[in-house]
Design a protein around this ligand. Sequence first.
Ligand code: PRX
Length: 640
Amino acid sequence: MAYPYQIQSLEEYKTAYQKSVEDPEGFWAGVASDFQWRKGWDKVLEWNFKEPKVEWFINGKLNITENCIDRHLQELGDKPAIIWEPNNPEDRVRVVTYNRLHKRVCQVAQMLRNNGVKKGDRVCIYMGMVPELVYAVLGCARIGAIHSVVFGGFSAQSIADRLEDAKAEFIITADGAFRGEKVIPLKNVIDDALIGNKTVKKVIVYTRTRIPVSMFKGRDIWWEDEMEYAETQVEKEGVVSFPAEEMDAEDPLFILYTSGSTGKPKGVVHTCGGYMVWTAYTFVNTFQYKRGEVFFCTADIGWITGHSYIVYGPLAAGATEVMFEGIPTWPDAGRFWDIVDKHKVNILYTAPTAIRSLMGFGLKPLEGKDLSSLKVLGTVGEPINEEAWNWYDEHIGKKKCPIVDTWWQTETGGILITNLAGVTPAKPSWATLPMPGVQPVLVDENGKEIEGSPASGNLCIKAPWPSILRTTYGDHERCRQTYFSAYENLYFTGDGALRDEEGNYRITGRVDDVLNVSGHRIGTAEVENAINMHSDVVESAVVGYPHDIKGQGIYAYVICSHIRGSEEETRKNILQTVSRIIGPIAKPDKIQFVPGLPKTRSGKIMRRILRKIAEGESNFGDTTTLLDPGVVEEIAKGKL
Ligand code: PRX
């Protein structure tokens, strides 16, 4: 069954696109009418990119969980919403039907209410990939609490910063999380994050790994006990109910922290109405999802991809999806293919870094795996090189599955540029065409729009789509500065792009000081700050360099006051420091000790030169403006 707003041919795409540009309000009113609103909107859109102020579906009232769950119950109540594949393939698969999801989300909502959580309160969620994470997220949304999910790979310090920024009063976590052979001690990390914290009142702990945890009286409570009690409140004579909070379309739904070019992550804020419409619309159209198909997004819910294409988009569309707790290489590098085979996955959505890493294991892990259920493949998070694209096409899709290369960002809430599977043409390593409602432009350094094609420039968007970020939490000026001040009346993405004669876009990567390591966004300034925390470090500079699997690796140039013990020891200590401050995901791949850094006379580090050294280039361009040009040669000599 197709959805009313599903685009099914190139012609339909062109018509929809044109209408979305000429009459955005009419177009989005049409799409939004397919959702359940407690009260309709007075006006579809008001905006200016100056302040910025963007409002969609003004005065519309809804609750996103009624759209993701309740409205499906009659038709899909017994159908699986989530098929959960545990870390250990020998363990039991859990199938969560829409009825079960409804019950659990009602219980979580009740549990949160029992513990004093109210609409607008911030709840930090730090869990592994278990169904309870989805219940927690949706339970917050049901009572109108603002969730802030933090990826399990972030350190206590990172969590502490996020808790403070969001002034979160509640945390939902687990004792631990299984990831391959490792057990991540989540609750211990939370305990460290809470040292000195003054806002958090309650920590709810779900039992997953049964590793020892300390439970503090008056603060820490067990998920199981609370849920059991909540069950008696939400279920009466076999009927489950917990009335969802009525939310304004523009009420915040969640905060998700992401790195920028400054040292401090920003809390990107998305709201209820526009985000719901966009994630469902893009899910259905990009992947050409049809009712009953099995969708598998391999992302973690700690990132935006998991928010939009595990939690909200697919569930708003009443989809069936696989959720995976583990990692692609455990117990062996055939795990994704086992899952596709076992659960008859129709649509697989993963990251280029995963494809490149699995490519490295050759074709053996594919032997004996039946991948014939696959119809559509997707990638996200970073540019996909042609080699990886071709491997994915040939060995996974068997040249029968369209590949969608979806470009978007935490700030955009959902996919902005992509081909629509089997509907609009694919072009290897090109994201191709904008979604209806998205008006990309390329600008030069002076902010002048580059017309005509082919062209290359900085990628901006001219007008708001329903799920554009509304603000950065607690600091609207920062939002304006970061995204809306570089070019007048444009949203600046931070990415560079090419455009061909047909209007296809190819994203070439970040043009700011943000790295993309294995599809994870990391700010160079953040890593530098962390390195500089090490007691022997005087100064550091971090750049990205091409990495076969990660896309980009982290290269750090470090000046030390002295080296205690061996260089190797100091390197390890620096890595440990970065792990503590940000998390293991930000650990540099290479650390080179240098006597100085190339600086201009005004003291600015010339990263351009450092990037070239890290890339192994020998032509550094003009170095005459440097304070000490000699240092460049010296650094180049010591390149790792
Ligand atoms: O540089 C772009 C890259 O990832 C950045 C956004 O990162 P994040 O907010 O963590 O969201 C990742 C998942 C949506 C972008 O600025 N990026 C994302 N998708 C692509 C991409 N680069 C090239 N091609 C893509 N398909």
